[in-house]
Design a protein around this ligand. Structure first.
Ligand code: PCA
Length: 216
């Protein structure tokens, strides 16, 4: 049995819910494919503490594949992140009032890590299933990128995680009504997309060679 850990975040920035936690918690215990078990954990939206919680979740679950998930309000599709960068630069304070500016996530760490998920294959599979998805070239510089970078650093330095990466998801429709004009995605679609992403991450060897770049 292979365990895949999906993490979601606590609500932040004045939102009542975080769609990442709403989605992953409903997937806890599910089996996206035979021999594959999903475990879900919540991370606080707090620099530092989120990485401590992530490490504990990895230890507890013994997960070999880790996909961290977060809310990206304003995005219209499920975004499979390509790269984590070694910088914390908070435009708003986190849930503990911390707002680091231009601090490294890991002092002395490399400038960036690439996701080791098959990002093109995941985006392709989701689209084929009728779920809007794409590759994203930046996970920002807030707590999500912080967790993404910390996760990839752990995977690179400790060797017990086979594959890891980050997926951003849009607002839920109930959140978008408070942000007129903002796109949203129904929870069922998000859940189906994350389960499919988990399966593709477990079953794909080399990533697909499909264009997924951006011109700006
Ligand atoms: N989204 C934020 C932090 C937590 C979350 O769900 C981000 O994109 O950094």
């Amino acid at each position: 049995m292979k365990t895949i850990l999906l993490t979601g975040f606590a609500p932040f920035g004045g939102e009542a819910v975080n769609p990442s936690w709403e989605a992953v918690r409903s997937l806890d215990g599910s089996a996206p494919a035979p021999g594959l078990l999903v475990r879900a954990r919540q991370l606080p939206c707090v620099f530092g503490d989120a990485l401590a919680a992530l490490r504990m979740a990895i230890d507890e679950t013994g997960a070999e594949i880790v996909i961290a998930v977060g809310q990206a309000g304003g995005r219209a599709e499920i975004s499979v992140e390509r790269v984590a960068i070694n910088v914390d630069d908070a435009r708003i304070a986190d849930n503990a009032g911390r707002a680091p500016v231009d601090q490294p996530v890991v002092a002395g760490g490399p400038a960036a890590y690439f996701s080791t998920l098959p990002i093109k294959a995941i985006a392709h599979a989701l689209r084929e299933a009728g779920i809007p998805a794409g590759v994203s070239q930046t996970a920002g510089t807030y707590v999500c990128n912080h967790v993404f970078y910390g996760l990839m650093h752990l995977a690179a330095t400790e060797g017990r995680i086979a594959r890891a990466g980050f997926i951003h998801i849009p607002y839920l429709p109930a959140q978008a009504v408070r942000h007129p004009g903002a796109p949203s995605m129904a929870q069922d679609a998000v859940c189906a997309g994350l389960l499919l992403a988990a399966r593709v991450a477990a079953e794909t060897g080399d990533d697909l060679r499909l264009a997924g770049g951006a011109t700006h």
